[in-house]
Design a protein around this ligand. Structure first.
Ligand SMILES: Nc1ncnc2c1ncn2[C@@H]1O[C@H](COP(=O)(O)OP(=O)(O)OP(=O)(O)O)[C@@H](O)[C@H]1O
Length: 290
C-alpha cells in the first residue's frame, strides 16, 4: 500500500507552488515515504483522483489548494475512506480558519505526513449530488462569488470591488425551510448553510456549528447594514460577537423551497440555480488528519 498521494492545484490562489512542491518532495524522500504526486488540471480531476486511489490505495491523501479544491474531491475521499490532510493555498481559505490550520504550510505538511491521529468530520449532502464540507449560501454571497469568478482580475482588490457592489444592491427574497423538527417561512438577503462556525472572510456567522455533531445550521441573514459588516470584520478576534439580524436554525435534514430560482454557492464555488433543495448530514464521513 502506498503511503501518500499528494494532490496540488497549481493555480489556486494565484500562488506559485514550486517551492512548496520542492519542499514536499525532499521531506517525503527523506522520510522514505512512498508517494505519488497528482497536479490538478481543472478537467475531470475528481474522476482522476478516484482512479488513482483505486490504483495506489494510499493511506493518506494530502491536498494543497483552495477550499474549492478540497470540495471537488470530497466524493472519492469519502468513498475510499482515506485519511485526508488539507494544506490551504487558495485565495480566501475559510476552511483553514474553521479547521484551525494556522501552522505554516511546511509544518502542516510534516504534521499530515507523520500524524496517525484523525478526526471524522460531517459532510452535508445536497440533493444527493453535491457535497458541502464547510459553508454554502444562496443570495448575496453566492452572487458575489459568481461575479468574482467571471472577473479576469483576482485578488483582494477585485474581491472588495465586487463585495461593495453586491452589498449595495441587496434585495431580500422569500423561502420556506422544512427541517426534521419544524417549518419556517422566512425572508432575507442571504441564506447560509453552515457545517461549521466561521464565514469565509472570518465573520463569525454561526456560533453554534460543530463539524462533527451530526447537525448543520441555516443562518438567515435578514438585512445587513454596513455597520454590522464592519463590526463583523473587526470582530475576527472576538468569537463572542454575533451580528444582529441573524437567525440560526439547526437541523439534521431539511428541504428548502424558494419562490424564485437562486444560485447556490458551496465551499466557494457556484454550483447552479435551484428552486428547491434537500440537505442531509453524512455523519463523520471524512477522516481528517489531526
Ligand atoms: N490546472 C488547472 N487549471 C485551471 N483551473 C484549475 C486547475 N486545477 C484546478 N482548477 C480549478 O480550480 C478550482 C478550485 O480552486 P480553489 O477554489 O481551490 O482555489 P482558489 O484560489 O480559492 O479559487 P478562487 O481564486 O476562485 O477563490 C476548481 O474549479 C478547479 O476546477
Amino acid at each position: 500500500m502506498m503511503e501518500i498521494l499528494l494532490v496540488i492545484n497549481p493555480v489556486s490562489g494565484d500562488i506559485n507552488k514550486s517551492d512548496f512542491l520542492d519542499f514536499a518532495k525532499r521531506a517525503m524522500s527523506k522520510s522514505k515515504i512512498d508517494y505519488h504526486l497528482y497536479k490538478t488540471t481543472g478537467d475531470k480531476d475528481c474522476e482522476e483522483l478516484d482512479q488513482l486511489i483505486d490504483i495506489y490505495s494510499p493511506e493518506k491523501v494530502i491536498i494543497a489548494g483552495g477550499d474549492g479544491t478540497l470540495n471537488m474531491f470530497l466524493k472519492p475521499l469519502i468513498k475510499h475512506n482515506v485519511k485526508v490532510g488539507f494544506i490551504p493555498m487558495g485565495s480566501a481559505n475559510g476552511m483553514a480558519v474553521e479547521l484551525d490550520l494556522t501552522d505554516s504550510i511546511e509544518d502542516l505538511l510534516i504534521k499530515f505526513i507523520t500524524s496517525k491521529k484523525t478526526k471524522s468530520l460531517d459532510v452535508l449532502s445536497i440533493n444527493d449530488s453535491h457535497l458541502l464540507l464547510h459553508l454554502g449560501d444562496i443570495g448575496a454571497n453566492a452572487n458575489l462569488v459568481a461575479n468574482y469568478d467571471k472577473d479576469e482580475s483576482r485578488g483582494m482588490f477585485t474581491y472588495a470591488r465586487h463585495f461593495w457592489s453586491e452589498f449595495k444592491n441587496l434585495k431580500s427574497f422569500e423561502f420556506d425551510i422544512k427541517t426534521d423538527q419544524k417549518e419556517y417561512e422566512r425572508k432575507g438577503v442571504m441564506l447560509a448553510i453552515c457545517n461549521g462556525k466561521k464565514f469565509g472572510t472570518g465573520i463569525p456567522l454561526n456560533s453554534v456549528g460543530k463539524m462533527d455533531d451530526g447537525l448543520f445550521e441555516f443562518v438567515v441573514v435578514k438585512a445587513i447594514d454596513f455597520s454590522d459588516l464592519l463590526k463583523g470584520a473587526l470582530s475576527k478576534f472576538d468569537d463572542e460577537y454575533e451580528i444582529e439580524n441573524l437567525e440560526t436554525i439547526q437541523a439534521k435534514t431539511a428541504t428548502v423551497k424558494l419562490k424564485q430560482p437562486k444560485l447556490l454557492q458551496i465551499d466557494g464555488e457556484v454550483v447552479e440555480e435551484f428552486t428547491e433543495f434537500h440537505i442531509k448530514v453524512l455523519s463523520k464521513a471524512l477522516r481528517f488528519i489531526q
